[in-house]
Ligand binder design. Structure first.
Ligand code: CA
Length: 422
């Protein structure tokens, strides 16, 4: 099916600055509020926010039934409607804001209600997340961690190339960009000596993306890789905060727990998978051959440039990593196929982390654990200070965008400040 809104030739009558992540080809979805009105659904072009509840009230969606779909505190009711509907809304938005279309542009009263400058809104967590799963799908990341902590000659565990390894995380502590976190406390075990309790000393970020699903199938059914696209609504940037010292002591034998569940931060605008389709690329060769329920057709990776910056308190931000989503060994369709092959059901608004996205070179690693190579190689920031992990007062910023044929579709950023332990 042709996605009209992706046409690279389209231009909006709304001004879009050079290098913006939000041209008319993006049209992401999020939740905003203003001084005058509570939470509702919005999109954006450039630095202009589009109030979809106002557009709906004014009748701009015509035949598309949007009654009480956009005056909501989250996107779940909208996502519940499925891919054909969300695609139709995005195509309709593309039409309304297309250069040459004056149906809204020339109506001063309507314009005033629909378009809000970005500096007058606040964004909120876009979905009510029922379940959250985190994968471990970057071969570079898994190899680095295995090399550091186990055996450089057998860095990958025997299951890694057979199974898109994952675990069930915590949904309640997923937070919007801009919400500060407190350094977690917990048990740690020094190499020599008894376990101790106190603030985490090795606070780390994990550079990830996450995808959000539409309603799935009934309990007991599975979703094949070829069907998966139909069940994925969109993506966000995802900083999966990790307390490495707590993790090291607690993770045996059941895996991550308090080292991971204190916070994960996401970017506020969900970029639809539709908007990312033009940036598909092929993934790495999978050897050994995967089970047939994980086999897929076509290009399933996506070329998304990713960047991590650390900004010390009152200082300027320094880039500490540049990676790319295209490096992922297991793609989203395979992750969803694996997740459901046992009959596990998925729901609208569920979130699935990619796992840390490391590239092949040290300047593309997706966590401080790897960048500082387990605290043996400190990173110098532009103010002259050094980091092996994240300090109190630091703000970690992640950015991401795809770019091709003169069109740049991006996520903006996820930015989180670290405060001292409570
Ligand atoms: Ca993770």
């Amino acid at each position: 099916m042709e996605i009209n809104a992706n046409n690279t030739q389209l231009k909006s009558w709304i001004e879009v600055n050079e290098g913006s992540d939000f041209p008319i080809q993006n049209l992401p979805f999020g939740i905003i509020s203003t001084d005058k009105k509570p939470k509702r659904v919005a999109s954006r072009i450039g630095n202009s926010v589009i109030d979809l509840s106002a557009l709906s009230d004014l009748g701009y969606f015509g035949e598309l039934d949007t009654v009480h779909l956009f005056d909501q505190e989250n996107l779940n009711p909208f996502i519940e409607k499925g891919k054909a509907f969300t695609r139709a809304i995005r195509n309709r938005l593309s039409g309304i804001f297309l250069e040459g279309n004056n149906e809204l542009r020339k109506k001063e009263n309507d314009l005033h209600k629909v378009i809000i400058p970005i500096d007058r809104i606040e964004t909120h967590l876009p979905v009510q997340i029922g379940d959250y799963t985190d994968f471990y799908s970057s071969i570079e990341h898994a190899t680095n961690v295995g090399t550091m902590f186990r055996d450089p000659d057998n860095a990958l565990l025997p299951n890694w190339k057979y199974i898109p390894v994952g675990y069930h995380g915590r949904a309640s502590s997923i937070i919007n960009s801009g919400v500060a976190i407190h350094r977690p406390k917990g048990q740690q075990k020094p190499t020599d000596g008894a376990p101790v309790f106190g603030p985490c000393k090795r606070l780390d970020f994990e550079l990830e993306t996450a995808f959000i699903t539409y309603p799935g199938k009934e309990l007991g059914d599975h979703i094949s890789p070829d069907e998966a696209n139909h069940y994925i609504f969109g993506m966000v940037l995802f900083n999966d905060w990790s307390a490495r010292d707590i993790q090291k002591w607690e993770y045996v034998p059941l895996g991550p727990f308090l080292a991971k569940n204190f916070a994960s931060s996401i970017s506020p605008w969900i970029v639809t998978l539709d908007a990312l389709e033009p940036f598909r690329v092929s993934g790495p060769t999978q050897d050994p051959e995967v089970f047939s329920y994980l086999k897929y057709q076509g290009d399933k990776n996506i070329d998304i440039n990713l960047e991590v910056l650390i900004q010390p308190e009152n200082g300027v931000a320094t880039t500490v990593s540049k990676s790319n989503y295209k490096h992922m060994y297991w793609n989203m369709d395979q992750q969803l196929a694996h997740h459901t092959i046992n009959g596990c059901n998925i729901k609208a608004g569920d979130m699935y982390g990619s796992g840390t996205i490391s590239g092949p070179t040290p300047d593309s690693y997706g966590s401080m654990l790897e960048i500082s190579w387990n605290a043996t190689k400190p990173v110098k920031l532009s103010d002259g200070s050094e980091r092996t992990f994240i300090n109190d007062g630091d703000t970690v910023i992640m950015r991401g965008f795809a770019e091709k044929n003169g069109v740049r579709v991006g996520f903006g950023e996820v930015s989180t400040k670290v405060l001292p332990s409570k």
